[in-house]
Design a protein around this ligand. Sequence first.
Ligand code: FE2
Length: 275
Amino acid sequence: MDWKQDEKLERGRRREELKPRLKLLHSNEPVKIALVGDQHIGSKFFNEAAHQATIDRLVNEECHVILMGDAIECSTKDSAGAGVYEQNEILDEQIETFIDLYLPLAKQGKILGIHPGNHEYRLYNTSGLNLTRWMARELGTDYFGFGQLTVISISSSDTKTKSRYRLYTTHGKSGARVNLSKLRAVMGLERVVDADVYAAGHVHLLDKTSRTFYMEDTRNRTMRLEQKHYVLTGSYLSHWSSYAHMANMEPVRNGTPIITFGSHPRSISIEMVEY
Ligand SMILES: [Fe+2]
């Protein structure tokens, strides 16, 4: 492909970003998706050891990965607060570290896409540069934008049935400070889109809840119980002496949720990898 064709494709992709898009995932086996977010690479509060343990696990596990935003700290002299003075790496180095850390997963074809977080988006706000799009391009993966619906279709050869799941992911923008309000905010995503699992980052809490409800079973004209799941994807920032500590926010565990979508019978289970 020459550069002219490539440029045309890229412009086409950007136009497509203005429309709602689905990502379809077909499998004959249960599907695992890890949601890694709010790493804040480059911050002096970045829990490098815990993050490396997660990367090592994901490299060795049969799974997909969605990056939930705020992968890098991205504080500049224009940013609010003292963030620019609390970085171990300048922005250019943060991007290099991010690429070094995630290239092994990208090369394995495991990364489904990357959401922008408010930290990366600072650069767009001040200069019009969408850093997340370039980070996605560097890893050869999809730029997910503000929200993405991933549809997972799993065929079971034993029972000749198909299980279909919808996962909605977004960085999120909640200003909630109390854990219950943070969970309520992710539950509020039902106003945006219909899905089986809703996941958001931003509030740095690693937590989950679910809701059980009745729905029509169209196969045999009865009612069955169904569930929706709500996941907060955690962070890799330590608490003590950080802004969160100064603001007297509750300490939270670092980590990453890994969601498993079953083949047959239909099932969703969520493991919290915690540090
Ligand atoms: Fe964050």
